[in-house]
Design a protein around this ligand. Structure first.
Ligand code: 6GU
Length: 223
C-alpha cells in the first residue's frame, strides 16, 4: 500500500511514521508512507496556503489551489482513495480501517484552521473523516491515528506476537483483562482460573469478562 499525506506540518509525522511498527512495515516493503508539505504546492509567492473567509468570521480557511493541485500531482495516473480529516466528518471506526487496509493507494489531506474551502471536497475528496467527538487543532493527529489503525491491518505487518485475533472491537467486544508475572504483586493476586491450565475454562472466563466489561463500558458496540 502507498499512503500520501498532505499537511502544513510535515515534521509532526517523523516520530510516528519512522518508529516502531510503522517503520518496520515500511522496511518490509508492505507500505510506503510519503509526507508532503502543502506549501510546496502553492502558486502564491509567499507560500501562503490560507485566506480570510468570504462572508466574514473568525479564523482562516485553507485555499483550494494548493490542495487540489497537490492531490492531482501526487495521484498522477494512480487510482487513489482521498480522505480529508475534519471534525464534521463521519467517525472513523475499526470497520473503516479494515476496508481502507485493502486499498492500494490512500491520500490523506490534513484539514486546518477554521476549515478548508468547501469546493475542495467536491473536486478531489472521496470522504471526510473525524476520529471522535472532540475538537483538535488540526488534522495531523487524526491522520496519524488512521494510518496506524490501517497499516497494522495489512497482512504481514504484525507478527504473530501481536496477533489480530480476539482484539477489541473485532467481535464487537472489548478485550478481556490480561495479567503477567508475578502472580502476586504486592498482595494483589490474579484470577485462579488463569493458573488452572484448563484452556476451555480460561477461554470461557475470558469471554465472560469481555462481555461483562463491554456491557458496562461500551453497551453501544455489543453486537
Ligand atoms: Cl479529523 N480534525 C480536527 N481538527 N478535530 C478533530 C478531528 C479531526 N476528529 C476529531 N476531532
Amino acid at each position: 500500500m502507498r499512503i500520501d499525506i498532505i499537511t502544513i506540518f510535515p515534521k509532526m509525522f517523523d516520530p510516528i511514521v519512522n518508529e516502531s511498527i510503522l517503520k518496520r512495515a515500511q522496511e518490509k516493503g508492505l507500505v510506503e508512507i510519503r509526507v508532503h508539505d502543502l506549501r510546496d504546492y502553492t502558486e502564491e509567492k509567499h507560500r501562503k496556503v490560507d485566506d480570510r473567509p468570504f462572508g466574514g468570521g473568525p479564523g482562516m480557511v485553507l485555499t483550494p489551489q494548493p490542495i487540489v493541485d497537490a492531490v492531482k500531482k501526487i495521484k498522477g495516473r494512480r487510482k487513489c482513495k482521498v480522505l480529508l480529516t475534519c471534525p464534521g466528518g463521519k467517525t472513523f471506526k475499526q470497520s473503516q480501517a479494515k476496508h481502507l487496509s485493502n486499498e492500494k493507494n490512500l491520500v490523506i489531506i490534513c484539514g486546518h484552521y477554521e476549515g478548508i474551502d468547501e469546493r475542495v471536497k467536491d473536486l478531489v475528496v472521496d470522504e471526510c473523516v473525524s476520529i471522535g467527538d472532540y475538537v483538535l487543532t488540526g488534522g495531523e493527529i487524526p491522520a496519524m491515528v488512521m494510518v496506524d489503525a490501517v497499516v497494522r491491518l495489512i497482512p504481514g505487518v504484525l507478527g504473530k506476537e501481536e496477533s489480530l485475533e480476539a482484539e477489541s472491537f473485532e467481535q464487537g467486544l472489548l478485550e478481556y483483562p490480561q495479567y503477567t508475572r508475578p502472580a502476586n504483586f504486592r498482595g494483589k493476586t490474579i484470577p485462579d482460573v488463569l493458573l488452572s491450565g484448563n484452556h476451555e475454562a480460561i477461554k470461557k472466563w475470558r469471554h465472560q469478562q469481555a462481555v461483562a466489561k463491554t456491557k458496562k463500558i461500551r453497551p453501544d458496540i455489543i453486537q
